[in-house]
Design a protein around this ligand. Sequence first.
Ligand SMILES: *Cc1c(COP(=O)(O)O)cnc(C)c1O
Length: 382
Amino acid sequence: MQIVKMLNLERQYASLRPEIDAAIGQVLARQNFILGDEVATLEQEIAMYCRTGYGVGVASGTDALLLSLKAAGVGPGDEVIVPAFTFVATADTVSLLGATPVFADIDPASYTMDVTTLEALVTPATKAIIAVHLYGQAADIFPIATLAKKYGLALLGDTAQALGATYAGEPVCSYGDFGCLSFFPSKNLGAYGDGGMIVTASAEVASSLKMLRAHGSRKKYRSETLGWNSRLDEIQAAILRVKLPYLDQWNRARREHAVRYSDALGQLDEVVLPIVAPRCSHVFHQYTIRVPERDRVQAALKELGVESAVHYPIPLHLQPMYRSLGYQQGSLPEAEKAAREVLSLPIYPDLEESEVNRVVRAVKQALLSTSARSRVALSGVA
Ligand SMILES: *Cc1c(COP(=O)(O)O)cnc(C)c1O
């Protein structure tokens, strides 16, 4: 049986191989691997793509968040508001700096921060907000930015999943004080290893970020502040420069697959489809539905040769490492419900239409078999 995989990157490499291999070959020929022309040029290209001033290449999306928080002055005793339903890096970077994440619940339709709950979370210790543009769709940035301004908070955008998405016609990464990007291989713009970048409109912010990624030094061997070694390397930058011109076309292909999924799955009563929120264009890093008895549906799909994934099974406020923060089951009900119900289906630019159709048929079959099983279970009880 041919498996429909969550992600198949071999197809993309096959179509770009001559360009990618040549780009890597040029870096090898130059033997300059750290902060050379490729990184500097990619920083300009990404900043331009994001319609903002500056880009600062770093070692990962996690480091993009960490260095941004540090540049925003976040430290021990501070609080940072983050959504409870996201990848753990959005919060663990806050904790690594000695600050405390304060978790916000999500809007159940868009899976991004419920903006109506945010103001109640602000305290005198609040220093920043991280808006996560989850699954490839922007959080509702205008009200979040208004709140940040009202209380003098730094605004970070976790744009790891949403490069190419827009909000009110502007690239999502251009909003806020820091736009944090990841080039993890599975992201919409993926490197062949780890990588990340921060984009910002401010020359001053860009300059402190460049200092933080180099042991706190502007001048070699003179450290002004505590920093890290966190750099995007030349080989990854060269690969990303080959890929960037294709990003919009790849995101279009993702959208087309999403439309096809939604047309077909929208006919099933049990399936809750992803929405495209007002003012947003979605780049479908993930195509995520909700289904009843999610784990059984996922197991049935696997038997039918279709991979799927759960992003994310444990909301952050219930992670074992955050037990000491005192959240309980029921503290943030929408995040918890999403964690029980969401299921991401295969979506990537090179997915074939026949595979989308196979996934749709498998979802229908999986739902039939799980609901039949629960009817049997119910009649057994009666
Ligand atoms: C991938 C991701 C990150 C972390 O990026 P890395 O490059 O893997 O460190 C952070 N936040 C979100 C929402 C992500 O999806």
